[in-house]
Design a protein around this ligand. Sequence first.
Ligand SMILES: [Zn+2]
Length: 210
Amino acid sequence: MIVRAESARDHADCYMSLRHMPPVYVSDIPCTIRSHMEIRFPKKCEEIFGSLRGCFERPNSTGDPQIFTANELLPPNFLEENPHLTISDDKFVHPYTGKRNRYLVGDRFHNVASPHTHNTCRYHDINNCSSLHSYATSLAEVDNAKTKDKRLSSACSQNPNHHAFYNMLMDYDNNMGIVCKQKKEIQKRYPDHLIVRDRFLRFVLSDKIC
Ligand SMILES: [Zn+2]
């Protein structure tokens, strides 16, 4: 839960606490988050990102980034079949991609509005990977900004304890709202089936409702 504007530390804490770190993590400060993790968790950071440092290739202070393709990062609706999920003994292998690769990239809005100045920052650009062109990072930001407005308006009239509690409830309610909406959409398409969630918390169709 975040009660004020998030810092690199918040991103790092959130990222490191996940059971399956996302293959692609989008934020406005990818290089800062990477440097922050490198200082706080050097060993784990090396295990997760290796020499690519969260980029699609090794960042270079004088070179130009290349364009890469990584089909395993395509959203499921761009694939012919649902992806086969991998279960591995290696805890860093992501079940969806079947790979250890992790990318920290900048969102398009901030990349254009307030680009970072160091040459190595260009290697964290989401547009360096053609498979990520369909990711609508700006849309996610609009949603984010709406939630942030609600948080800030509540901060004026509440003490810190109430504000923290309010935010926790708001996050929970927001997440539940999304899950219920998704479930309703699926139920509409499969009215005769029971919709349940599997071990990866994905919705799956169960037996027919009698
Ligand atoms: Zn940067």
